[in-house]
Design a protein around this ligand. Structure first.
Ligand code: FA5
Length: 347
């Protein structure tokens, strides 16, 4: 037993000495093979172990195992130390460290995803720009004039009650209740012919439920030129809806409605995209309501300095969440602003 102990001690000492003198990864790998490799010193001891009588085997076996453990552990410590030394050397030689440089380990980190709004607005943008429309934007904090008066809704008009308003403490200022205000900005700043689409956030002082929120998005469309008629409105909406829902047999239905800034005013419905005979989503009607539309009222054209005897126009305003809910199968509008990762991860 004594001889065996000494032989192990001798191996351990020589391992430690050789390990200390190692300065490169290659030298460390060579040392590992010499001790832990198939024909290394530990395996030699294992072979020797097999030839010993049982009693010596019992005493010698655990010692060989312990030696193997010590060697393995010190090897891994040395490996870490060498990696650290190499990195430190690299960093010290680099004067300018590029924090934006590609880092392969970043691939393992979870990545974010686009909000469904972004997906849908990009699709809307593709469709309208392909039809020659331009993207237009307006402020979310509006004056009473842009949100109501220029749209033929004076202060005492009962239509003001159709959209419950968040008024700001500064008199005359409010959070816009619809994107129709962007029509006014555009018509005041540009001469016809003009064709715009205006996705944007709007606000209404309303109780929320699965299909109504106090903050939501609309996309307005406006086309002003000579001789614009309901035919233009109808075909633009049809092309838009068919392309968006990728359904060539989708139909559009226009129902009489009232919006003071259009005459006639029309509600836009699309044929149910899920059924042909009536389902829970279309409430057995086979039609789904999408927004308001109509031919721009002469009073609105006049308010913006456009001569209604020369020009006419059509306009529409559609709820973006309602489109997204249909397209992506979302059953509660409040999810859009919930910030829930589980919801957002799906897009
Ligand atoms: C309007 O806002 C008009 N400005 C639309 C318009 C534009 C008419 C141009 C004529 C010409 P309305 O209040 O119906 O209309 O809203 C339009 C769409 O916005 C609705 O059909 C619906 O899709 C969406 N919407 C309205 N209220 C809410 C709400 N509280 N939550 C979510 N979406 C809503």
């Amino acid at each position: 037993m004594k001889i065996i102990d000494q032989s192990l001690l001798h191996i351990l000492t020589s391992w430690q000495q050789e390990l200390e003198s190692v300065t490169t990864q290659q030298a460390l790998e060579a040392l590992r093979i010499a001790y832990l490799g198939r024909s290394g010193r530990i395996n030699e001891l294992m072979a020797q172990l097999k030839t010993l009588p049982l009693e010596e085997k019992r005493a010698f076996g655990p010692q060989v195992q312990e030696l193997q453990q010590i060697i393995t552990q010190s090897l891994s410590l040395k490996q870490n130390e060498l990696t650290r030394q190499i990195l430190e050397k690299e960093l010290s030689t680099k004067k300018h460290f590029d924090v934006t440089a590609y880092n392969p380990s970043s691939l393992e980190k979870p990545s974010g995803s686009l909000h469904p709004y972004t997906h849908l607005i990009e699709r809307i943008e593709d469709i309208f720009t392909s039809m020659g429309f331009s993207y237009a934007q307006g402020p979310e904090v509006e004056t009473e004039w842009y949100n109501f008066e220029a749209l033929n809704i004076p202060a005492d008009h009962p239509a003001r009650d159709m959209q419950d308003t968040f008024w700001l403490t500064t008199p005359g200022l409010l959070l816009r209740t619809h994107t129709s205000s962007v029509q006014i900005h555009t018509m005041k700043n540009q001469q016809p012919p003009l064709s715009i689409f205006t996705p944007g956030r709007v606000f209404r002082h309303e109780a929320t439920d699965a299909t109504h929120d106090f903050m939501f998005m609309q996309c307005e469309g406006l086309l002003i030129d000579k001789n614009i008629s309901l035919t233009h409105l109808c075909s633009l909406l049809k092309v838009f809806m068919r392309t968006l829902f990728e359904k060539n047999d989708l139909s559009i239905r226009l129902r009489p409605s009232y919006f003071p800034f259009v005459e006639p005013g029309l509600e836009v419905d699309i044929s149910c995209i899920f059924c042909k005979t009536g389902c829970a989503l279309c409430k057995k009607t086979q039609w789904i309501e999408m927004g308001g539309s109509g031919l721009v009222h002469p009073a609105t054209l006049k308010a913006c300095g456009i001569d209604p005897t020369i020009y006419s126009g059509c306009a529409w305003g559609i709820g973006i969440e309602r489109l997204a809910m249909l397209l992506y199968g979302i059953n509660d509008i409040r999810l859009f602003h919930s910030g829930k990762i589980e919801f957002l991860k799906q897009f």
